[in-house]
Every structure is written in C-alpha cells, then in structure tokens.
Design a protein around this ligand. Structure first.
Ligand code: PNW
Length: 508
C-alpha cells in the first residue's frame, strides 16, 4: 500500500469504442464506415480475418454492459458514437432516428444508474462516403466533422457534459495514412500522415469553437481531445541519445500538445525544422509538413477544456549510425531518425509494443503539468493485453493496473491536475488489425457464444476494490471463480436467513 489515496471527486471509469464493441454494422439504417467497407473488400488487413460486424454485440447488449459498470462501481463511462449510425451518409442532411434512439437509451440508462457519459465523437470509423472523397487527406473533412459535432451537441448535449472530439490523431493517422495497415490502407508515411494529423487537429478545433459559440452557454459542458503518448527513456550519457530523447518528445508528444495546450501555439520549432531540413535534402521545394497559417495557429491555441491522455508504454530511445538506411524515405520515422525499443527488463508479455514502465507515466504527467500550465487531465485510456487468455486470473494485468495507478497517484500528489482515469477496456473487443487475438478486457468475452457472455476477471474485481476504497492495496486478493459461485451462494443464504427471521417474527 502506498498510503496515498484518490480524492473523493476523482472520477474512475472504463473505456470502449463503437466499432470495437457495438456490432450491428448495418442494422436499423446504419450507414457504412470505412471500417465496414474495408472489412468486406480487404479482410486480409486483420491478422485473424475477423471484423467488427458483431464484436461484443453491445448494440443489443448495452444493458448488460451497464450492469458490469454498476458492478465495478465506476463514476463515468467513456464510449464512442458511430458517426454513420447517426448520419448514415456522413452529412447532416439526414439523421437516422434509430441511431439517435440507441444512444439516447444508452445515455439515459447510464444516468439512471448514476454513471456519467464521457463521449468520444470520433474513434476512427469515418463514413465511407467521406473516405471516397479523400477522407482525412482533404480539409473538407474539417467541415463535415463540424456539422456532425453540431448534431451531437443538439441531440445529446443536454445530458453529455464531457466530449472527446477525436481519439488519437497519432495512431489513427499512422496506421491509416502512414503505414496503411488500417482502412483506407494508404501508404504515405512522409506526407499523408502529416496531412491527416493537420486536418484532425483542425477538425477538433472546429468542434470546440462550435460548442463555444453556440452551445456552451446553455449546456455548460467541457470539450477535450484524446492524445496517445509514449514516454522516451535513456540511460546513456551520449549527446546523440540526449538529442534522440528531445526529438522523440517533439515528434510524439509536443507535436500534438503544443498547438492546442501551449501559450504560443503551433508545432514545436524543433519538429518544423527537422522536417523542413529533410524535405530540402530530398529535393522538395516546400516542407512535407504543411505549416499552419497565423489564423489557424490562433484557432487551435487554447481549443480544449481538458486533455484526454491515452498512455500504455514507454520506449528506450537512441540514435547512432546503425539507423542509416533503417527507415523508408520519406517518412515520419526517417524525419525523426530515432531508434526505440522496450527495455527487456520491463515486464511485458509478448514483446510487441506494450512494456510496463510506470515511471514513464509519472514522467509524462509531470511533463504535461510543467510544460503546459497544468491543464485538467483525464487519462482516457490505460491498460494492458493478454493473448489467447484462458484463465480469469490475470495477475499480470492486476500488477500493471496497480503500478500505473500508483504512478498516477504520485503525480497527483506532486501537483498534476488529473481529474479522472479510464481503464482500457471494459471488456475484450475487436483490437483493430489484431482482431480478437489480444484481450484488453477487465471482463472476458466469449466470442463463441452468440450471447457474447461477459465474465469478470480478477483485474475487474481488483479495480472495483480500488474504486470502492480509493486506495491501492497490494495485499488485497480475490478469486474471480469463487466470486462467481460464492456470490450466488451468498445470496441464497441471505434469502434463507431473511425468510427465517420473517417466520420467527410473525409466525412463531
Ligand atoms: C488505442 N501502439 O490504440 C486505441 O485508442 C484503442 O482503440 C485500442 O484498442 C487500444 O489503444 C489498445 O491498442 C493504440 O501500437 C493502438 O502503440 C496501437 C498503439 C497504441 C494505441
């Protein structure tokens, strides 16, 4: 036990996203997102050839989801709205009443159970109609997104007081327009990637300003953006490695934070210069990073009431001659020109991308506090995965959550303005190009069962105890199997004792 406790008003929650859990991909008038479309035309994008057509079937099972939220005792639930469930063609000229009804039911049921909705507007499921017109590579998407945001405020803003505009510009643009591993599969790591981020940031600002101008006075909510960030670490004292840390920060952290959360606005100088220099060397007559105009810098600056932070892991970074020719030219990786890896001494399960290093979380939270005037932060995602999990006893995940929550508490006690925390994820779900191979859930989901039965893992019960007690007790132990049976035996006993006492009082 660390002896530190979470303040009473600290908000605990869990997070999910529409495409990863809802299923019902074409039910009740829903239109196609680019995920729906590519899952039919390019199923090879997904390692196990699965897709989100059914996923956790939450479109039909949302009441069960709310039962789980109640069991955990969370204060808030972060979910996302599927753009094409509301606007089947993307544009706001036709609103699908059944889509509105679904989210109304979800929101009302949450509120009736004392759980606040924390709603993401866009978690990667762009309408296919807009993809066909250029998607996030065209600035028109900024207008389309603004129109969509306006519909959401009108329909749900009376009850939703926290909005996340965009989930993870970095990961979304990197996979969809940089590497091309996610729909629409565009491989343009040195140009398309930067264009996508630029348009997403402007779309975010558009949604923020629409709220400010037309809704804030009557609805009084808050608008933020969820940015994903890894923390760079080095043990070396070589100048090149120190430079690598600075550049990694500029490309992966400050690139996204500075335009919105700093006093001066705009991209970091260091980042602008590296891409401009590389572009010049490569014979481009302008930088591959299109600069913001003066008006855009002002439009973006200060355009958030809170920062949503998605954080999973840290990286050891370095720079040396071994990187010559390591990356495709041109690409964001080549512009950055840094090597990175997970330190093998940090706990990890499958040596892919997720290594447990809680001091990195602390470092990141303190960087945000110290560099950006201590903005309000909600950790909108944090968690770890298992692979082909068969047991409900997920001690590695329990350990991960305890250690990351402890790091968060340390930052909180050192003055970081963290208001809430969302575990990713409520339950196992469609993990994008990794299909159903990785499980991030506090609850296990049985995909073979048409009812998509959900069962609490040990991590769910440990998180529940953290929420209840507001402390992290490393000695607390619980067995998810006994809870399942023990819980019902307990209820039978209680009922028996109740009957006996009624009998003794009134009959005997
Ligand atoms: C986030 N990486 O994505 C997303 O917001 C979620 O939808 C997703 O399920 C979750 O994290 C777990 O992956 C990420 O490779 C995807 O570093 C990949 C990375 C990071 C975040």
């Amino acid at each position: 036990m660390t002896g530190k406790r979470f303040p009473d008003d600290f908000q605990f929650g869990v997070a999910t996203s529409a495409y990863q859990i809802e299923g019902a991909w074409n039910a009740d008038g829903k239109g196609l997102s680019m995920w729906d479309y590519y899952m039919r035309t390019a199923p090879d994008m997904i390692v196990d050839h699965s897709n989100g057509d059914v996923a956790c079937n939450s479109y039909y099972l949302y009441k069960r989801d709310i039962e789980m939220l109640k069991e955990l005792g969370v204060d808030v639930y972060r979910f996302s709205i599927a753009w094409t469930r509301i606007l089947p063609f993307g544009t706001a000229n036709y609103i699908n009443p059944k889509g509105i009804a679904y989210y109304n039911n979800l929101i009302d049921e949450l509120l009736a159970n004392g759980i606040q909705p924390f709603v993401t507007m866009y978690h990667w499921d762009l309408p296919q109609t807009f993809n066909e017109k250029g998607g996030w590579l065209t600035e028109k998407t900024v207008d389309w997104f603004g129109d969509y945001a306006r519909v959401l405020y009108k329909k749900f803003g009376d009850r939703v007081k926290h909005w996340v505009t965009i989930n993870e510009p970095h990961v979304h643009c990197f996979f969809s327009y940089g590497l091309g591993w996610h729909p629409p599969g565009i491989h343009s790591p040195g140009i398309g990637f930067y264009e996508c981020v630029r348009n997403l940031l402007l779309a975010h600002a558009r949604a923020y300003h629409i709220y400010n101008d037309d809704f804030r006075a009557t609805q009084g909510g808050k608008i933020g953006i969820s940015l994903d960030m890894e923390w760079p670490v080095t043990n070396s004292n070589l100048d090149e490695d120190a430079e690598a840390v600075q550049d990694f920060m500029a490309f992966n952290i400050d690139y996204y934070l500075q335009p919105i959360f700093s006093k001066e606005g705009n991209y970091p100088e260091r980042f602008i210069k590296r891409i401009a220099d590389a572009s010049k060397r490569q014979g481009y007559n302008v930088s591959r990073l299109r600069p913001f105009t003066k008006e855009e810098i002002v439009y973006l600056r200060g355009s958030a009431d809170f920062l949503g932070l998605n954080h999973y892991t840290s990286k050891v970074v370095y720079r040396n001659e071994s990187l010559r020719g390591a990356y495709e030219v041109p690409s964001q990786n080549d512009d950055l020109w840094v090597g990175s890896y997970g330190d093998p001494s940090w706990p990890h399960l499958f040596k892919l991308w997720l290594y447990e290093y809680p001091p990195g979380f602390y470092g990141l939270l303190m960087h945000i506090k110290n560099t950006y005037g201590n903005p309000e932060v909600y950790v909108t995602e944090n968690g770890m995965y298992t692979e082909h999990a068969t047991s409900l006893i997920d001690n590695e995940r329990v350990q991960y959550y305890r250690n990351y929550l402890s790091a968060l508490l340390d930052a909180l006690y050192d003055g970081a303005n963290v208001k809430g925390y969302f575990a990713w994820s409520l339950m196992d779900n469609f993990e994008w190009s990794n299909g159903y191979i990785f499980q991030f859930g506090l609850y296990a989901v049985n995909n073979k069962d048409p009812n998509r039965t959900r069962t609490a893992r040990k991590s769910a019960l440990v998180y529940k105890e953290v929420i209840r007690s507001r402390i992290i007790d490393y000695t607390y132990d619980v067995n998810p199997y006994e809870e399942r049976n023990g819980g019902s035996i307990h209820r039978v006993h209680a009922f028996f004792i109740f009957c006996l006492s009624v009998y003794l009082t009134y009959v005997y």
